[in-house]
Design a binder for this molecule. Structure first.
Ligand code: ADP
Ligand code: GN1
Ligand code: MG
Length: 365
């Protein structure tokens, strides 16, 4: 609390912090809920931004400021904001900066806590999936008017499969901590799919996919729900930048329509739940569908396979590279995550025709 108290004193917050508690299950940043007194003062979420991963924190924070202000203006003018969607709100520092850079080099930001909210690491039913789909659909619609030119690319080539496969090859050749032996099955799994997984990238490079403002980290737990399980806020905006909407659709399915956990040790638990897939797709298409192009609609089912592949590949690469990127909770965690993602991908491959049919029924082209 002491370290956090001195950080908090840099921000122009109301009330006094009474206790702090770590929250969330993210793999990159550190988040703390800050409870304040007196009772009527708002609570906050303090986050340490991972500056090993995000190299341009001022640019990143400027993005978040632009995007949240833009959405807030839009929400204010939508008269029928029935679902009471909210948007994150940054608290400036005492000297009116968007973040605080402490003497040890760490970067901090403060948001209002969205009171009464919670997030799901796994979806419990189709209604939640539907609402989640609508929420990310709405995020895409709300951000559509932002000029991509004014946003900083916070992680270059983030979902670029050619680059990710190149990194994998490099790491495998060096094998810096001697972990590649015994993993030939997983290595073969990646290599045998490396051609087909370039489809979205190739379409985009040919100019056949629109570049939109996308979230790029549409994990289901980046949607906050209220007490009545209405989606109220999209969070984790570090990677909002120009991208393809297929990536956002695919990552939400990867995390929201899995019968198991992202890192499930029991691979039999892991698989695609087609009911959740259909419900998410229905919600997403209801809101964002009208703006999607034929190529986007045509690749929605594939995007779920793609995002599962690329995230599995990133976990696997990080394991072989010595766990430098993702936080791990035990030795071998990244390998366990990768295996669970590869199992999920196999399940999607086995049910791919049905996934395409489901989208076809929703789109009726
Ligand atoms: P990470 O990059 O670590 O995933 P997030 O920004 O997603 O960080 O935050 C981690 C968790 O903290 C979320 O899953 C959510 O439960 C909670 N959280 C973050 N911001 C807020 C907020 N403004 N209000 C309420 N809860 C929040
Ligand atoms: C990371 O921050 P978090 O946990 O929501 C990662 C995503 C991955 C995800 C896998 C900046 O997201 O790209 O999809 O882990 N974020 C970054 O769970 O690399
Ligand atoms: Mg998150």
């Amino acid at each position: 609390m002491n370290e956090l108290s001195s950080i908090l004193s840099e921000f122009s917050m109301e009330g006094s912090p009474i206790y702090t508690t770590p929250i969330g299950s993210g793999h990159i940043n550190d988040s703390y809920l800050i409870k304040t007194s007196p009772e009527y003062a708002p609570d906050y979420v303090l986050q340490r931004i991972n500056h090993q991963i995000f190299k341009d924190i001022p640019g990143l924070m400027k993005n978040i400021n632009v995007v949240t202000r833009y959405i807030r203006n839009k929400l204010d003018i939508i008269e029928d904001n029935h679902q009471e969607m909210q948007v994150l709100e940054l608290i400036p520092t005492q000297d009116d900066q968007l973040f605080y850079n402490d003497p040890t080099g760490n970067y901090w930001r403060l948001y209002y806590h969205i009171s009464g909210s919670h997030s799901y690491d796994r979806i419990e039913n189709a209604e939640l999936a539907y609402k989640g789909g609508r929420a990310f659909g709405q995020f895409q619609t709300l951000t559509a008017g932002i000029d991509p030119e004014i946003l900083t690319v916070t992680i270059p080539r983030f979902h670029d499969i050619t680059w990710r496969l190149g990194k994998f090859d490099e790491v495998l050749k060096i094998d810096p901590v001697n972990r590649a032996h015994g993993l030939s099955k997983e290595i073969e799994f990646v290599l045998s799919r490396s051609g087909t997984m370039r489809a979205i990238h190739e379409l985009g490079s040919r100019g056949d996919l629109p570049l939109r403002i996308t979230h790029n980290d549409t994990k289901f737990n980046n949607i906050l729900f209220d007490d009545e399980n209405n989606a109220v806020c999209i969070i984790d905006l570090d990677t909002v930048m120009p991208g393809y909407s297929l990536y956002d659709f695919g990552d939400a399915i990867r995390t929201g329509a899995n019968t198991g956990a992202e890192d499930d040790a029991i691979l039999e638990n892991v698989g695609i739940d087609l009911k959740l897939f259909a419900a998410y797709a229905k919600g997403f298409l209801k809101v964002a569908g009208p703006a999607l192009t034929r190529n986007e609609l045509d690749h929605l089912a594939f995007s779920a396979k793609f995002m599962t592949f690329i995230i599995g590949l990133r976990f696997f690469t990080d394991h072989i590279n010595g766990d430098n990127y993702y936080k791990i909770h035990f030795p071998g965690h990244n390998l366990q995550r990768a295996r669970a993602q590869f199992k999920l991908l196999e399940s999607m491959e086995a049910q791919f025709n049905r996934m395409r049919e489901i989208i076809g029924e929703l789109v009726r082209w």
